[in-house]
Ligand binder design. Sequence first.
Ligand code: ADP
Ligand code: MG
Ligand code: MG
Length: 917
Amino acid sequence: MSVASVARKRKPGTSQESGAAGSNGQPSKMMYYFGRTKTEGGGKQKQLLGGKGANLAEMTSIGLPVPPGFTITTEVCDLYYKSARKLPNGLMDEVARNVALLEKELGKKFGDNANPLLVSVRSGAAVSMPGMMNTILNLGLNDEAVVGLANATGQKRFAYDAYRRLINMYGDVVCGVDHELFELAFDKIKTKHKVKNDTDVPLEGMVQLCEEYKKVFQKHFGKPFPQDPLKQLELAIEAVFKSWMQARAVKYRQVENITGLLGTAVNVQSMVFGNMGDDSGTGVAFTRDPATGENKFYGEFLVNAQGEDVVAGIRTPLHVDEMPKWNKQVYKQLLEIKDKLEHHYRDVQDIEFTIERGTLFMLQTRNGKRTGAAAVKIACDMVEEKLIDEKTAVLRIPAGDLTQLLLPSFSPQAKIQAKKEGRLLTVGLPASPGAAVGKLAFTAAEAVERTLKGEKVLLVRKETNPEDIEGMHSAVGILTSTGGMTSHAAVVARGWGRCCVAGAGEISIDEKARKIKVAGKTFAHNDTLSIDGSTGEVMAGTAATQVPKLSGDFETVMIWADKYRTMKVRTNADTPADAKRAREFGAQGIGLCRTEHMFFEGERIKDMRAMILANTEKDRRAALKKLLPVQRKDFIGIFKAMNGLPVTIRLLDPPLHEFLPHDAKSQAEMAKELGVTAAEVRERVSQLHEMNPMLGHRGCRLAVTYPEILEMQVTAITEAVIACKEKKIDAQAEIMIPLVGTARELEMLGEQVRQTIANVQEKKKFKGKLDILVGTMIEVPRACVAADEIGALADFFSFGTNDLTQMTFGFSRDDINTFLPDYLEKEILPRDPFQSLDTGGVGQLVEMGVRKGRAAKANLKVGICGEHGGDPDSIQFCQKVGLDYVSCSPFRVPIARLAAAQAALKQGGADIGRKGE
Ligand code: ADP
Ligand code: MG
Ligand code: MG
């Protein structure tokens, strides 16, 4: 990310929280003190002080034992980058004044040879970026102060240990001296003193080590280790600012979608020492279990260690439950602080602490990251404990994380194991969550056949197409080597909640030889792979899975969500089984029933092909006649499952050539079945071939050319409605005409639909009301622009945002993966527009479509049925533009219910206040 783009994304700080800018553009207040003398900042100032700084101030204010210090604001970081990486004038004077305050409060002097003050310099942006930026400990030590520290503490070895850590960290972080070089020097000392552990090196060795480290520093940096403490401090502060732009931090922000920040703050804090002996220590903890959410203190600590040792994994830490055996008093105090923090922040806290000679100090607190399951449990528990109210609970659970509760997943241990053993082969796109383990099937037919024989198979294809549907359905998972997040495989798999990894480009598939090659290894049809649809990981062999149980808490959260949301949630479902499952997940109707999927099963495809091959309308009608009863049966099944709830049925949409086989062998088989010549089949296939099928003869254009197809489908729907009504099943049909771009299309086809309904009603002598709505899918940009004319003719609109995105951007959804990574990396696009609605462009068309459509017809029902209907950010946009409902895959229904509630609460002015931690 460029400096300019950071500046552009800058959100103006509110006047209350930002230091007013001076005349030279420099903030008049560059740092905020926290300590017993005074505490200038507070927990609400995360944008200005960073999460760490704001919370250090907050903890100080509520009386917790925090070593005093001061925070240099993110505005200073911003200024540093705006002025070509130069620290602002006067910064170090203000630092010196604040250091003087610290000296006074602590009765120590910076760089003193009697009782020196030492400080840490710690990074901390508004949003936590764990481990991404730099921290330097023990600043202020030099050849004299180390003697002072030894004298003041009476611990000579400790003092030199602290000094060597400073030279190492400072060399590494500030001056770019490779950490390994220090390690080598340390190893030599350890060998010389015949010890293995750092902690066993005697005083004499530590003193020698400091000398060696200084030599390493000088040799590789070209200058001696700086002895002036204020100079050390200045360069350390600058190093933290620099770390804001180092590659891994930039990448992290990109991956986590963190934008709009000024930069990092710098916390200069007086040191406390966990490495002063066996009565000292350091640790990290969560106030509740972040994996399960259980209300149990959860953490680890190390005796006689300094902060970085816990994270670096040099020694194995102890569980906090062991702490009472070590120091009962400190443990008790820690538990009290845990409760105090939870009551204060009203959320789970992730804390860092240090014990210096039996005295506890708090060094950090922030809202703890948690799994989806933990988020649900914690929210429910905290409502019960009266820590938060229902609305807060609803807002606090990341809706997308509910996926983790609904699908099986690989156990974390299994994954660690796979990585360790080199079985992680590649990472594709996490197209449809879940965990699947199976042998490799290379064609849809093979997948069906082997599944019938009781095998578990993964369908491995370059890309799938509608012909593969049955094979995809029988497979436990789908793996493709091309195609994006909205490729056929991905969309279909998500619809079923079937695990899918798409676009795993490193896999080369040899369908003929029934082999794949990846990571230099070859796997054949009898080899087993494990694929993780939540992360895109592809592993060799069998990884163990775990099936989550839906808890009562989950139900509670859903009840709350339904209470606060205003939009309805429907589902995209093509079969009675899907419809039933979605209903169990709380769907309030079907927003998209794709009729084409009904034509692929078993015998039906034969009649469908006969219809396509027919040369005359008469022959076509004869074939359609055979399809009619099977369609009717499907619709009856779906109406039964959805009894009383609306079902939007889309008339035939894909180009006809998708229903025909493309290889010679299958064409010959088809010819034989239909009693025609192979040449005839071949000719029809080539006739139907299009250069751009997605912009070709499809959607309502099919009905324009072949009105008899529309007639058959509408007849089947109407007969199904009548059959249901006669059995007291409340069928609510909504007929949707796809891909309409002009009012005339809808006028003509809508008339045909209504006429057909009337004809059927008369023929069946049905006297009751049918109440079948006729509407259109809005997925062509022109339809949004002409939505007033179109709206006047429609009972409802349903935005098909997959095609709408494709046509608005001119991005092929099946090919976007070739350039999307560059677009994301270069920040041309913030996210894949097929996953999350492009609110600035496609969303504007949606907004216009809604506005114009309702202007023409005030009671126009409007929904969305693209993939975006299950994406929380897109759902928030849908709320804003006033949609009546969103529709998504069955497995995303609970997510959409929660996201819709959050959107409604936010629109009503609720404060989410969760991101800055
Ligand atoms: P990160 O953001 O990577 O967690 P921190 O700034 O929190 O980095 O520093 C890492 C660790 O260094 C802390 O958890 C703490 O153990 C130690 N540390 C930082 N500042 C001090 C201090 N003033 N006194 C003692 N230990 C400190
Ligand atoms: Mg930390
Ligand atoms: Mg479409």
